[in-house]
Design a binder for this molecule. Structure first.
Ligand code: SF4
Length: 459
């Protein structure tokens, strides 16, 4: 049966780079990578000694592996990096479950050593600084493999745009719309999933018109095919043009289990007069109708948008219509920008430019309104369980400060509706709950903030 390896890298960019070469070496030994330590036949910990905290982190990780070794005596646990180089004897003494300690200059001998450990079932320490030119070559000739692509990746499905919105340079700089072949897209996603990616965001200037020109397949058909890829957990896409959002696409939110319950649907303005000047080719009524179609198909869908304030000719009345639309739709969040001329666009030639001061005031008013709405939306989730795709330890945890309670670790992830959730989990329960980047966990939401939620995984 095919063997699998898992690498945990602590420390600097150099370690990351070494790990990428170790990754390549392991593949040369017939091992395949896995993002899950519990599925691995070999776990390699690449350590860092530059700060005490990093060293403690290494020992704490090794300590947690003891239980896994008890359950699977054939598991090989290898330690490399600076702590291994400087602390080899201590590691062997303190950690009876470690099989292999490898100094930084011994990496070129890794294939032979792995072979020896599996065959002879004995513990090996190799921190010998002397390496032959061949061994050096063995290591440095390896093409580094990006071991950790992260949990989420973008996948471009089309390029260019045919819409010519009056303010936008994209059709001029990126050319006309072209869709990629679906087979190529599917193969790229399968490859990413194989490398541990669990969420893809399909990218295009207007994904709703995917495949139309080429007559290949519709965007909803493409989504259905991607939905059937094993071990892919989530699909997102951006950006959607409201004029091209079909009923069929809206219904996919109720149909496809991996499609995240979130859509980013730029409205740009709530005034028909301004939408016309922008050449958006839909009306406010049409936009509201699309929101209705989305919410009928999937009542819990989160909706976010883009808005431009101070487009040439925008009056106070037009701006009030935008505020009214925001209140009516109740967006989960939005991006808003002050209009500015882009050379070569039709809008740059338009009269009725809005003074900077007014644009700034309108932006402030708009953000003030949205802040309240976002907080209300977030508060509505307090007291519920949310399925989270785990990104990794939270920023706070990465900064080594951790939570106020040292028995807990703080991790972070996103809901299907794309809300950030920081959650606490008992450190000794991390393995039991199978929490790692790319895991899906149910988190109980306890608090809502302007830009995130916080909660916990109950013990
Ligand atoms: S705003 Fe979007 S849809 Fe409009 S021209 Fe630019 S890229 Fe195309």
């Amino acid at each position: 049966m095919e063997k699998r390896f898992y690498i945990n890298t602590i420390g600097c960019q150099m370690n990351v780079h070494d790990s990428e070469r170790i990754h390549a070496l392991m593949q040369g030994c017939g091992y395949r990578p896995t993002p899950f330590p519990e599925d691995a036949d070999l776990i390699f910990l690449n350590t860092c000694a530059i700060r005490e905290k990093a060293e403690q982190k290494a020992y704490s990780f090794l300590g947690r592996l003891a239980a896994m070794k008890d359950q699977n005596p054939n598991l090989i646990i290898a330690v490399g990096g600076c702590v291994a180089q400087q602390d080899a004897d201590r590691i062997l003494e303190r950690m009876a479950h470690v099989d292999l300690v490898l100094g930084t200059r011994a990496y070129g001998r890794l294939p032979g050593i792995i072979e020896k450990v599996s065959r002879e079932k004995r513990r090996i320490v190799d921190v010998d600084a002397g390496e032959t030119p061949e061994e050096k070559e063995t290591f440095f000739s390896q093409e580094p493999v990006k071991a950790d692509l992260g949990v989420s990746r973008f996948v471009t499905i089309m390029q260019g745009c045919d819409n010519f919105c009056a303010y936008c340079v994209v059709p001029f700089v990126r050319g006309r719309e072209r869709s990629r072949n679906p087979e190529e897209i599917l193969s790229e996603i399968r490859d990413l999933v194989e490398k541990g990616v669990r969420e893809v965001t399909l990218l295009g200037q207007n994904v709703n018109s995917y495949g139309k020109k080429e007559g290949i397949c519709s965007f909803s058909e493409l989504l259905a095919r991607i939905n059937s890829i094993d071990n892919l957990y989530r699909i997102r896409f951006t950006t959607s043009h409201p004029k091209d959002l079909s009923d069929d696409l809206a219904e996919t939110f109720g149909r496809l289990d991996k499609l995240c319950r979130h859509i980013h649907l730029p409205v740009q303005s709530g005034s028909d007069r301004i939408l016309k000047r922008m050449n958006r080719r839909y009306t406010r009524v049409h936009y509201m109708d699309r929101i209705q179609a989305l919410r009928s198909a999937c009542p819990e869908i989160a909706v976010t948008t883009d808005i431009i304030v101070g487009f040439p000719g925008e009056t106070e009345g037009d701006f009030q219509e935008t505020l009214d639309l925001i209140e009516t739709v109740q967006f989960d969040s939005l991006f808003a920008f002050k209009y500015s001329d882009r050379k070569g666009t039709r809008a740059a030639e338009l009269t009725g430019k809005v003074p900077e001061k007014i644009k700034a005031q309108r932006l402030k008013t708009l953000f003030g309104l949205q802040r309240v709405l976002t907080l209300e939306k977030n508060r509505a989730l307090v007291g519920t369980f949310q399925e989270i795709l785990v990104d990794g330890p939270s920023k706070k945890e990465k900064k080594q400060s951790g939570t106020t309670d040292p028995g807990f670790a703080q991790w972070t992830g996103r809901t299907s509706g794309n809300k950030i959730v920081n959650f606490n989990v008992k450190k000794d329960a991390l393995f039991n709950h199978r929490i790692h980047s790319g895991a899906q966990v149910r988190v109980y939401v306890q608090q809502a903030f302007a830009n995130s939620l916080s909660g916990e995984i109950p013990a």
